[in-house]
Structure formats: C-alpha cells, structure tokens
Design a binder for this molecule. Sequence first.
Ligand code: B12
Length: 266
Amino acid sequence: MDESRQLIYGRVQDLLCEEDGWGEAYVFRIGSYNNSVSSHFVLPYDPDTLAMICLSTPRMFEDSFRKWIVTQKMHDENLDNLAKRIPDPIQTFMVEKFDSLKNELSDYDPVVIHDFELLPNRRPKVLMCTCGHIAGAAYYYRPDVFEGDDENCYCNDDVIKCRRPSQKRIGLSLHPKYGGHFAFRAIMIFPTVKLSPEFTEKQPKRTLNDDKSVLQAIDLFNYHWRDGRFRDCGNPVEQYSQRQLDYFSKAPADRWPVIADWFMQA
Ligand code: B12
C-alpha cells in the first residue's frame, strides 16, 4: 500500500478542486517517464519517485483565473499599467497557485516544474504530453507513430494537399472529457516519496480510433491551431468558452483586450 501516495494525492486533489475546481492531477513514476524520453529530457530522480501531472480544465479561465486577475488591479490603476506589471497573467497565476500548493505540502518538500520552464540550452525541462500519457491523463498522439501519406493532410473532409513534407509535425494530447480544451500546467515531484512495485499508472483513454482521425487532429494542431478546431477532436463533453478560445489563440501580449471588460464590471 502506498499510503503516502494516497495521502498526498488526496491533498492535491482537494487543493485543485477547492473553490472553483480548476484542475486535475494524475500520478506517475519518474522511472516510467525517464524510460520513454531521450537522454536530454531525463529527470534526475530515483525511478520509483512519486510524481504528479496537473492540468487545468475549461472552468479554470472564467472561474478561478477571472477571480484572481480582477483582484490584481490596484485602485485607480489603468489596464495598460496592469498589463505592463503582469505581462503573462496565466503564467503568473499558475506560479502563485503552485507556490501555494508547495506550501501546503511542504512536509514532503515537492519540486514543481511548470510547462513553460526551459533548461539553459532552451530545451523544455519536462515534456508534458509524455507525462500526461504515462500518467493516464490524456492520450498523446505522436506523429512518428501515425505517419500516413506525407503528401496529404486531413484538415477538411476532403483530403487536401497542404503539408510540406520537410516540415516536422508535433503531436497532441487529447483528454477523454475535454478533448484539447485543457492545458498541462506543471508536474510535482516528491523526491522523498517512493512508489511501491505494485503501483501502476492509469492507462490513457484513446478517443481517436482510426489513423485518419489521428492524422486530421495532428494536422489541425500543427497548421490550424489558431482556429481551435484541434480542441474538438475526440468529441469533448466540456469545452472552452468562445472568450477562452479567443484568449488562447493570441500571443500573450495581445490577450489583454479579450478580458478588458472584466475590469469594467469589477
Ligand atoms: C516548445 C513548445 C512550443 C513551441 C514549438 C512547437 C513546435 N511546433 O515545435 C511553440 C512556441 C511554437 C508552441 C506553440 C504552441 N503550443 Co506548445 N509547447 C511547447 C512545449 C514547451 C515543449 C514541446 C517540445 O519541445 N517537445 C520536445 C519534443 C522533442 O517532444 P516530443 O515530440 O513529444 O518527443 C518526445 C516523445 O515522443 C517521447 N517519447 C518517445 N517514445 C515515447 C513513447 C510513449 C508511449 C510516449 C508517451 C512518449 C514517447 O520522447 C520524445 C523526447 O525524447 C510544450 C510544453 C512542455 N513543457 O512539454 C508545449 C505544448 C506542446 N504546446 C501546447 C500548445 C497548446 C501550443 C499552442 C496551441 C499554443 C497555445 N496558444 O495554446 C501552439 C501551437 C502548436 C503548433 N502548431 O506549433 C500544449 C499542447 C496541448 C495538447 N493538447 O497537446 C503543450 C503541451 C503546453 C501545455 N501547457 O499544455 N509550443
């Protein structure tokens, strides 16, 4: 029995679900991740170390993020100034959330790695889609597994020629309930907590069952991500609002106007 795992997992679930229920967490063994990735991405912990991947659900944006961001505006501060002070509010919000999670779990001394953290050589510190797959959170469709006819892409019902054969496509993860309407936010590593040999991760649920729909999803993600259609692959039952779709289709510097009216009502 992994008592510490159950205890910590219960605590993380409670914290992510507190108030607005903005997130979900899934447990994995560091060794399972390290066995999947190439040497550049290996994490320097014992293979049996407990780790969790946390993701944000569609509710995060209008519920907990909105509540947080309107409280950041100081009295009489204009939006331009707020935008200068907090250029990437989602990132700042997540750093605060995970700092408070770390504090709550300080007995276990967790290490948090955010999705946006890079190594000095500019490689990501951790590969979220791989962790998500290993932990059973969301199935990761990797282009190297689903190489189809490289001349074609399946973005529309009719196969159209649009793929540049030399262009490397990246894979995408689809959650069984949210499709692509979610984001991986961070992993938490508990270096002092080891998983027992009996522990096995959850299997990720595969929602796309034929190569054509997988290739279509990969192409939508790589070539049409701004229109958000990739997020609907796998028939999600909960989705982002139009406002959230607009927000995440823009670069961080252009996102403020999408939420400007939140401050008028505040
Ligand atoms: C760098 C990056 C980008 C770059 C470059 C992307 C690119 N085209 O190359 C830029 C900035 C352009 C970008 C853009 C976007 N990105 Co981006 N990006 C990342 C980031 C930080 C790293 C990805 C990466 O470099 N991977 C490195 C390669 C080598 O990894 P890999 O191909 O998976 O290879 C590994 C696996 O194959 C594994 N492996 C091998 N064998 C096996 C076997 C099994 C079973 C498994 C599971 C794994 C496995 O080993 C390999 C490594 O050795 C991740 C977050 C993160 N930390 O992971 C987000 C991420 C991939 N991006 C994401 C998103 C959503 C976007 C955007 C839509 C932005 C937005 N506004 O939301 C756009 C559009 C994407 C596009 N069309 O390009 C999401 C994807 C979510 C999803 N549902 O899949 C991620 C996960 C971020 C998140 N917080 O959720 N992104």
